[in-house]
Design a protein around this ligand. Structure first.
Ligand SMILES: Cc1ncc(COP(=O)(O)O)c(C=O)c1O
Length: 379
């Protein structure tokens, strides 16, 4: 089914009741909870309430959703670990890499601070963190190549940036990393569920994301992809969940701490079950719509917004080229606009260079025209 039809369909918009209560243009901050996620969580609550938890059934669902998540990003289930958010995934990855003092890692200047602090913390081990300046609108292999030397071990960056919506050229960076035997670590918080994402095709070694934006579930659930060729990476933390042979009698065996195969070795303790239940349902919704259709939809909304901004003579902070952007558009407006939007029941976010609009699957052309009309009124 084509996205335009689906999105014009009242049913999809009705899945997000907030869309009828306010002009919600802030999915890069948090996607509002939809009926699909809410019903899945309610099912989970009913199960807890009525039978104090069918745990084997829940754990089977955890594995089922792991499989769904894996196929959603072109991975295999044993390459996926559940986490609580992007930062946790990035930290697990950064601390698993066997850095030596004097090694370096390359980041983009101004990228999300959670990605930067993950690596800055490794300075304790003598790792050098090099911040690379963007020369064009987006980063590609040429952006990093001049900074790579024999001590470079990893490149880490966001797929789509939260502040100006740049969509970095991960594929070309993946090719550079393959050639130079570097780890490519990607923060996909903004892109997963919005852009098609195939970790193998893009050459990603490790990917971390949270699930509360494009994946449409409440905060507190994330995931980590670790390529199966990286089995030698060892977790810094260890719990029973990460063991190959967890003791059935719950008495630790000091002589057997063999790690579980696959990314599950990075998992710790019990799972965020309500979040995972919701994710099972929202992955179904996203697959039904098609992520390539979601990409096309948010780009179309972006085209329309850019037309309005040109007409209003407001500068777009990020890229204009459709291949370099996704669902995030920052308008060069001063911070005082925020109160105006708020008074008019419009949810947007302040950003470092202006006011950010970000689209979700429930937004439509009418939303774009409405925000443009509002801006025109004040101008
Ligand atoms: C690119 C990016 N990375 C990370 C985060 C958040 O990190 P975490 O999931 O650890 O809260 C955000 C925003 O919430 C983001 O936009």
């Amino acid at each position: 089914m084509h996205m335009t039809r689906l999105l014009d369909n009242a049913a999809i918009r009705a899945d997000f009741p907030v869309a009828s209560k306010m002009l919600y243009l802030d999915s890069a901050h948090q996607t509002p909870l939809g009926v699909t996620a809410k019903l899945a969580i309610e099912d989970f609550l009913a199960e807890s309430f009525e039978m104090a938890g069918p745990k084997p059934k829940w754990l089977a669902r955890v594995e089922h959703v792991r499989g769904g998540l894996a196929s959603f990003i072109g991975a295999s289930p044993d390459e996926i670990a559940y986490t609580k958010n992007t930062s946790e995934g990035l930290n697990i990855a950064a601390n698993a890499i066997d850095f030596n003092a004097g090694d370096n890692v390359l980041l983009i200047e101004g990228d999300h601070p959670n990605n930067a602090y993950t690596w800055l913390n490794l300075r304790r081990k003598g790792v050098e963190v090099r911040f690379v300046k963007l020369s064009g609108e987006v980063a590609n292999a040429q952006t990093f190549a001049p900074y790579v030397d024999c001590k470079t071990r990893a490149i880490s960056l966001s797929h789509v940036t939260f502040h100006a919506g740049q969509r970095h050229d991960i594929r070309s960076i993946g090719q550079l990393c393959k050639k130079k035997a570097l780890y490519l670590v990607v923060d996909a918080m903004q892109s997963v569920g919005v852009l098609p994402l195939d970790v193998k095709d893009l050459g990603i070694s490790i990917l971390a994301a949270g699930c509360h934006k494009g994946l449409l579930v409440p905060q507190g659930l994330g995931f980590l992809y670790v390529n199966s060729s990286l089995e030698s990476l060892e977790p810094v933390y260890l719990a029973t969940a990460g063991l190959a042979n967890p003791p059935a009698d719950f008495i630790a065996r000091p002589d057997d701490v063999t790690l579980r195969a696959g990314a599950g070795r990075f998992e710790l303790g019990n799972f965020n079950l309500p979040g995972i239940h919701a994710l099972g349902a929202t992955l179904g919704l996203l697959e039904n719509i098609g992520v390539d259709n979601i990409e096309a939809h948010v780009l179309r909304l972006g085209d329309r917004l850019i037309e309005h901004l040109d007409d209003l003579r407001i500068r777009l902070v990020g890229p204009r080229d459709a291949t370099e952007r996704a669902h995030i558009y920052t308008m060069a407006l001063s911070p005082d606009w925020l109160a105006y939007f708020s008074e008019n029941n419009v949810r947007v976010s302040p950003e470092r260079d202006g006011i950010r609009i970000s689209f979700g699957i429930f937004n439509n052309e009418t939303d774009v025209d409405a925000v443009a009309d509002l801006i025109r009124k004040r101008l």
